[in-house]
Design a protein around this ligand. Structure first.
Ligand SMILES: C[S@@+](CC[C@H](N)C(=O)[O-])C[C@H]1O[C@@H](n2cnc3c(N)ncnc32)[C@H](O)[C@@H]1O
Length: 270
């Protein structure tokens, strides 16, 4: 297992081009972002102010989904791909609060997330957290390295929150989901959060176009049917694929009473 220790790593960081992890960090009110990230983030806000509610709703969805998985579903193993910069209620914190022996493998391809990986590696003494510097497109590497920490003979929750939209259609994101699901046994779970192309359609296409003009890695919003398609091989847990702030929402969750162009869902491998 190559759980990365950030100290001493040679990390090359091009801060002149906006990057999704740092743009998302800015929208969440974080400090790990640079001028180019802030400029791109502000352009999206100008076209689509609700993005600020949407990212908070996504973190809240992550918390509710992990809580569901760690409690009702009895899951103690998590493979969280597209982890992002550490924020409040990271996957291991929510999971280990409920089940301290939970084992979490984080994966991201952004060097700045690697730099901050130490915060993600602060496991409970009974559990384990590890970090893989890897790309979702390279599922074989991810699965091989994660096998040093996760027991793939036991159920695993695959977490793909805010990352599948970073995979363009030509890289076949559905095939990546299929490959990950093939590697885990019956009783495993798939959780996805994905920007919607068929809600606030005009605002979404305009803001995404503006964003994509500035970045090296463009993003793709997808329709309800397309996001549901990622769950083809699993049984959806109620309420299915919905705007993610409506997925088992509690009182006080961000976005209540409005539409957010962001889908979420959880499914169980039969
Ligand atoms: C929008 S953030 C989402 C963070 C977190 N999952 C959440 O929902 O709050 C997306 C993260 O995915 C990472 N990412 C994007 N493309 C990726 C890829 N192909 N492989 C691995 N990580 C990727 C980015 O670096 C970023 O940290």
């Amino acid at each position: 297992m190559s759980a990365q220790e950030p100290a001493g790593e040679e990390i090359s960081l091009d801060t002149s081009v906006p990057h999704i992890a740092r743009v998302y960090d800015y929208w969440l009110g974080g400090k790990d972002n640079f001028a180019a990230d802030r400029a791109a983030a502000e352009q999206v806000i100008a076209t689509m102010p609700d993005v600020l509610v949407s990212v908070r709703a996504q973190r809240a969805f992550l918390g509710r989904a992990v809580h569901y998985l760690a409690t009702e579903a009895g899951i103690t193993q998590f493979l969280d791909i597209g982890t992002g910069l550490p924020s409040a209620n990271n996957t291991h914190e929510v999971a280990q609060r409920e089940a301290p022996r939970s084992r979490i493998v984080y994966v991201d391809n952004d060097p700045i997330v690697l730099l901050h990986a130490r915060a993600l590696l602060a496991s409970s003494p009974e559990g384990v957290t590890a970090y893989i510097d890897g790309d979702l497109r390279n599922t074989d590497k991810i699965l091989a390295e994660a096998a040093g920490v996760l027991d793939f003979g036991q159920p695993v929750a695959i977490m793909l929150l805010g990352v599948l939209h970073c995979i363009p259609d030509e890289d076949d994101p559905a095939a990546l989901v299929t490959r990950l699901l093939e590697a885990v046994p019956s009783g495993s779970y798939l959780t996805i959060a994905h920007p919607a192309s068929d809600i606030a359609t005009e605002q979404m296409s305009q803001s995404m176009r503006r964003y994509n003009e500035q970045v090296r890695a463009p993003v793709t919003a997808r329709s309800h049917a397309q996001v549901s398609g990622f769950f083809e091989a699993v049984g959806l847990i109620e309420p299915g694929v919905v705007q993610l702030h409506r997925w088992r929402a509690g009182t006080g969750d961000p976005g209540t009473g409005r539409d957010l162009a962001n889908y979420g869902g959880v499914g169980r491998k039969p």
